[in-house]
Ligand binder design. Structure first.
Ligand code: GLN
Length: 454
């Protein structure tokens, strides 16, 4: 049924870069046989899922939305992919994304934009717009995204779906094509909080193949979501981050947020304002740290190891082939980031740019620590605006970067955060998201609040 739905709708939505009908049906049959044989299967066995094209899949194309990896067939599965397969989850295919997960609208994909199912002229958010659009278009009930600065939560918000960035290190990065390694985090996307929690527990956990994986028990997110579904939040202390309002925020988004605050109070939560002054510097710090790490990570796309190779006709030097390949294979946003990052890391500028950004990162972590001394979770709008029109910000990188204003602090601090649907804006009738943030390894706290609120 989901493959049929994709065939019916994806001509308009373009959520998928690759549909693996054969692989999906084979996995579904395997689960079916196991069930018929009376074997115990995982709670998500047989459930279809859309996988962001940043996760390697053995023998199935993985492009990361880039021409530079066109035609590459990974020789191995990412840990997330492996865990999904082991749980009997049916991977329908790979979803569209901004090239190398750099963007906030999925317009930076080398394979064309994804359209928001709520209004096909609008963006589905980014970088993981394909995964969230697949959920909103009822092409898949579950999806996987990755969030470096907001790429799970922001598409979740603008498509009216749930998106979770777990604690950094909670889900393995092995096989996740790296953008900014100290920020990248994979997580679950779904249409309900409980669905996201069930998927979270399938993909999370320690992995010796990832040096920053946390060797701690997986937070009890399913139990927390179930507890939240009782609708009682008495005793839960919620802080409203005062930095995330005012200029640049649509009035419709702010009204939706105020309504969410009232609703959470009615559910019994104690709510007060909290100021996190360093969050004002999160965006500039992120746009130095992320490009710096990207400039280093993307050095491996050298025309020798994977995918595209241009100009290798025996007349050119290795350097020329590398340079022609990178020129042809990377899109403009990726090139911009590599240039910014290379500059910020160069001697003479390192302390002024990269060094300062790392100091801001520490200040942001401290603001979180201080706020979490008083509050169990913090809340804000997920995005300053609802889905904007395709093309509207295409020539204005600064306007594009602002889409992740509220989501970036959690990446810099490594703390978990999620977006849960918060109704439709009374301004334009488009979905709005409520962001809930928790301390590291306390992912379950935000699931409880989100399930009660949803
Ligand atoms: N929009 C942000 C960026 O372009 C975040 C992307 C992400 O989370 N992958 O870097």
């Amino acid at each position: 049924a989901h493959l049929d739905r994709i065939a019916e709708t994806d001509g308009k939505v373009h959520a998928f870069l690759h549909v693996d009908a054969e692989g999906a049906l084979a996995q579904a049959r395997k689960v079916d046989e196991a069930v018929k044989a009376g074997e115990t299967v995982s709670p998500l066995a047989g459930v279809p899922l859309a996988l962001k094209d940043v996760m390697t899949t053995e023998g199935v194309p993985t492009t990361v939305g880039s021409k530079i990896l066109e035609g590459w067939l990974p020789p191995y599965d990412a840990t997330v992919t492996r865990k999904l397969k082991e749980a009997g989850v049916v991977i329908l295919g790979k979803t569209n994304m901004d090239e190398f997960a750099m963007g906030s609208s999925t317009e930076n994909s080398a394979y064309g934009p994804t359209h928001n199912p709520w209004d096909l002229d609008r963006i589905p958010g980014g970088s993981g717009g394909g995964s969230s659009a697949a959920l909103a278009a009822l092409q898949a009930p579950l999806a996987i995204g990755t969030d470096t600065g907001g790429s799970i939560r922001q598409p979740g918000a603008v498509t009216g779906t749930v998106g979770v960035k777990p604690t950094y290190g909670g889900v393995s990065r092995y096989g996740l094509v790296a953008f900014s390694s100290s920020l990248d985090q994979a997580g679950p996307c779904a249409r309900t909080v409980l669905d996201a929690a069930l998927l979270h527990e399938v993909i999370a956990g320690y992995d010796e193949m990832d040096s920053t994986s946390i060797n701690e028990p997986v937070p009890p997110v399913v139990a927390a979501a179930r507890e939240g579904l009782t609708g009682d939040l008495s005793g839960v202390r919620i802080g409203v981050v005062t930095q995330f309002q005012g200029e640049g925020y649509q009035p419709g988004v702010l009204r939706s947020f105020q309504a969410a605050v009232s609703q959470l109070k009615e559910l019994g939560a104690e709510i007060a304002d909290v100021s996190c002054p360093s969050f004002d510097y999160a965006l500039p710090a992120y746009y130095l740290i992320a490009p710096s790490e990207c400039s280093s990570n993307l050095a491996r796309f050298d025309a020798m190891r994977y995918g595209l190779r241009v100009g290798d006709d025996g007349t050119r030097s290795t350097e020329e082939v590398m340079s022609l390949t990178r020129e042809a294979g990377f899109g403009p946003e990726v090139k911009r980031r590599i240039m910014i990052g290379t500059y910020a890391l160069s001697s003479g500028y390192y302390d002024a740019y990269y060094g300062s950004a790392q100091k801001v990162r520490t200040l942001i972590t401290r603001d979180f620590q201080k706020a979490f001394a008083t509050f169990d979770v913090l809340i804000s709008p997920t995005t300053p605006t609802t889905a904007f029109k395709i093309g509207e910000r295409a020539d204005d990188p600064m306007a594009m970067y602002k889409a992740d204003l509220c989501t970036i602090p959690a990446n810099l601090a490594g703390t978990p955060a999620m977006s849960v649907p918060s109704g439709l804006s009374d301004e334009d009738g488009l979905p709005v998201g409520l962001q809930i943030m928790a301390p590291a390894l306390q992912d379950h706290r935000m699931y409880r609040v989100a399930a009660a609120y949803e």
